[in-house]
Design a protein around this ligand. Structure first.
Ligand SMILES: [Zn+2]
Length: 246
């Protein structure tokens, strides 16, 4: 049976059978892969810390025809993000990223843009980057990469630039001025367009280089999360955890 290999980020693992684990991996070459790691729950097993969440590994595996699960034979740890997860907020945030990727990425289809996004945000966090800013950066690119980020700088109906109070309508896929808004439930901070424009043009950095009035990054993230929840048709479990615990 031919052995395959790929670079991958471990999204999560869970117990399987007596001594095994199922690992959900986000691989560079094949997108989301689910595999059995035999014996991974035994003391001193050959996977070591390679299967910790967000470990970057080179994974060696083989697949059987018409099986959803590959068999993971071994892995080499390339980069660890274990230490940053001692901070509870960071740990919850990373499991939120993992859930978004697992929920939306089709199995066995490479998504290099999303893969590079995850890695670069992880590296910025490990370098001491600002968690709220980098989470907003991830959320914005996650939506953009999926083609789900509407123009938050112009009213979708009258096309006027949104300078004053404006409102999001996920159902109608856009932002609206006070005159055109179908409902005034979810507001869009006026700084959202500038933030998204910066995110579109720049790689992530450790701190937000655009200065905003206090609270507007939280408002922008709330608008992005409203879009994410609308498109997933549910609130990610991990986002609820993140809100409850931070
Ligand atoms: Zn309008």
């Amino acid at each position: 049976m031919p052995m395959d290999q790929s670079e991958a980020v471990v999204l999560r693992t869970y117990p399987f059978a007596d001594q095994d684990k199922i690992a959900v991996l986000f691989s560079k070459e094949k997108g989301v892969l689910r595999g059995v790691a035999k014996g991974a729950r035994k003391f001193g097993n050959r996977f070591g810390s390679g299967l910790e969440p967000m470990s970057v590994i080179r994974v060696f595996y083989y697949e059987k025809e018409r099986r959803d699960l590959v068999t993971i034979s071994n892995c080499d740890l390339l980069e660890s993000f274990f230490d940053i997860q001692k901070d509870l907020r960071t740990a919850f945030t990373l499991s939120y990223f993992a859930e978004l990727i697992e929920e939306t990425s089709p199995s066995r289809a490479a998504d290099e843009l999303l893969y590079r996004l995850l890695l670069s945000v992880l590296r910025c966090l490990a370098a001491g980057g600002d968690l709220a800013f980098l989470t907003g950066y991830f959320e914005a690119w996650f939506l953009r990469a999926a083609g789900l980020l509407p123009d938050l700088g112009r009213c979708k109906a009258c096309r006027k630039p949104l300078a004053g109070p404006s409102w999001l309508s996920p159902k109608r896929d856009g932002a609206y001025c006070a005159d055109c808004a179908p409902s005034k439930k979810d507001d869009v901070p006026p700084e959202a367009a500038a933030f998204l424009e910066w995110v579109r043009k720049n790689p992530p950095s450790e701190t937000c280089p655009v200065s905003f009035p206090a609270g507007s990054l939280a408002g922008i993230r709330k608008a992005l999360q409203t879009l994410i929840i609308h498109h997933l048709e549910k609130e990610p479990k991990t986002l609820r955890c993140l809100k409850d615990n931070t």
